[in-house]
Design a protein around this ligand. Structure first.
Ligand SMILES: *Cc1c(COP(=O)(O)O)cnc(C)c1O
Ligand SMILES: [Zn+2]
Length: 418
């Protein structure tokens, strides 16, 4: 775990010591770089953690900054304005467990973040690192939730923001970004087009921190906090199985990384765990590669109601396959019909209204259980990463009042069938 680069750096990014290439191991000092100069592989943050104790974490703030000793952020990170996400609930889901036929089930409810999705975690870390790296504008290409998180974090920090979205995005996600009054640009194209555009713009505007492009190595580390929190909330131990939605695949790989780090640092017993990936069939390139036994992920053209997961060319796809195969997990996908059923099942059993990505996770868990891939006797955590209020259209024609009646008790009783 203890790694360091040859060139010392003067930047204070906490325990981060440099960036290293995931493919060839080439190392560079901490900077706003994301691709290896030798092989174009993705760069990842390296650390020298030293000793990290549970007590230090437990004494920290009720936000992701309690894990700052494990993140590429400055030691005074919580003295700067940021959205301070994290410490969302881990809910024991007994009624959902009974429906699914499993014994011990938990839901990590990340709808409780400031802009109602897990993206606040990654953006908060990206903003903190970007400030240290000297940026002044926060930017992103987004499928929706990232747009919300970037616009809100920039507003709070007093930064300008530039947010690029596909013009087909759900109205709720457009409005919940626009309200922060940064620069929001709708692009005629799908997410992969918008992403290409962002890469081009990032090369031309050196003061723009595109959170998931030129500061992606830092951004990605924010997803580790989901793994840390789950372990801490379980009483400093790892779950046996975790089901994670997959868009670019970054979140899944970082939850796995968090579990490994906790074990290596002695913060938890390094017990075995299995990581499962969840996709919508209308955009399931990683699931397809997993099932075909391939190492490369062939891009697809997305067509699914789960737009927050609609990345047809997932940057971390191959690393998802690595993590899932190494931990004896799987990647599975579900139809849009099953996604809607997943949303409704979670709502009626646990009182949690998830967006389509949550429907993907619940429905995929159900399918993994039915097909014998997920062990019903092992403790399982489902990651619910976004709020249903942002994707109301998914359920709009399925749910509604049972009846519309005159304002009389008799009419209500009649409608209830008494
Ligand atoms: C972005 C997103 C994900 C997945 O993110 P990746 O790290 O790109 O795989 C999952 N759920 C929701 C709600 C998201 O917005
Ligand atoms: Zn390389």
């Amino acid at each position: 775990m203890t790694t360091s680069v040859g060139t010392p750096t003067t930047l204070d990014l906490g325990p981060a010591t440099g960036l290293s290439c995931r493919e060839c191991g080439h190392r560079v000092p901490l900077a706003a770089e994301f691709a290896c100069g030798e092989c174009f592989g993705p760069l990842e943050v390296s650390y020298d953690f030293g000793a990290v104790r549970r007590e230090d974490i437990e004494a920290g703030p009720r936000s992701i900054w309690r894990y700052r000793r494990l993140l590429p952020v400055p030691s005074d990170v919580d003295s700067h304005p940021n959205t301070d996400p994290g410490c969302t609930r881990l809910v024991r889901a007994d009624r959902l467990a009974a429906e699914l036929g499993v014994r011990r089930l938990w839901v990590k409810d990340d709808t409780g973040n400031p802009t109602h999705s897990f993206k606040d975690r990654v953006v908060a870390v990206a903003l903190a690192a970007a400030r240290t790296l000297g940026f002044t504008v926060l930017a992103c290409p987004s499928t929706g939730n990232l747009a919300n998180a970037v616009a809100a974090a920039a507003a709070r920090a007093g930064w300008e923001s530039v947010v690029l979205i596909p013009s087909s995005l759900e109205r709720a996600k457009v409005l919940t970004t626009a309200v922060y009054e940064g620069a929001l640009i709708a692009v005629d194209g799908n997410y992969d087009d918008v992403n290409r555009l962002a890469t081009e713009l990032a090369a031309e505007h050196e003061d723009w921190a595109f959170v998931n492009v030129n500061v992606r190595p830092y951004y990605a580390e924010g997803s580790k906090t989901l793994g840390y929190e789950i372990a801490e909330q379980l009483g400093w131990r790892l779950p046996s199985q975790v089901v994670v939605p997959v868009a670019s695949g970054s979140q899944l790989t970082k939850v796995d990384k968090a579990f490994r780090e906790l074990g290596e640092l002695g913060l938890v017993e390094p017990t075995p765990y299995r990581v499962f990936g969840a996709q919508a069939t209308g955009c399931a390139p990683v699931s397809a590669a997993f099932k075909a036994g391939q190492d490369v992920v062939a891009p697809v053209r997305p067509s699914t109601i789960a737009r927050s997961l609609a990345i047809g060319a997932p940057a971390d796809g191959p690393y998802v396959l690595d993590a899932v195969r190494r931990t004896n997990g799987a990647v599975e996908d579900v139809t849009d019909e099953e996604v809607v059923e997943g949303i409704r099942l979670l709502a009626r059993t646990e009182g949690i209204f998830a967006e389509t990505a949550g429907g993907v996770t619940v429905a995929t868990a159900k399918k993994l259980i039915e097909t014998g891939q997920l062990d019903p006797d092992a403790e399982t955590v489902l990651l619910i990463t976004g709020d249903g209020l942002k994707t109301l259209d998914a359920v709009a024609d399925r749910v509604g009042p049972r009846a519309t009646v005159a304002p009389s008790a008799a009419a209500v009783r009649a409608a209830l069938g008494f």
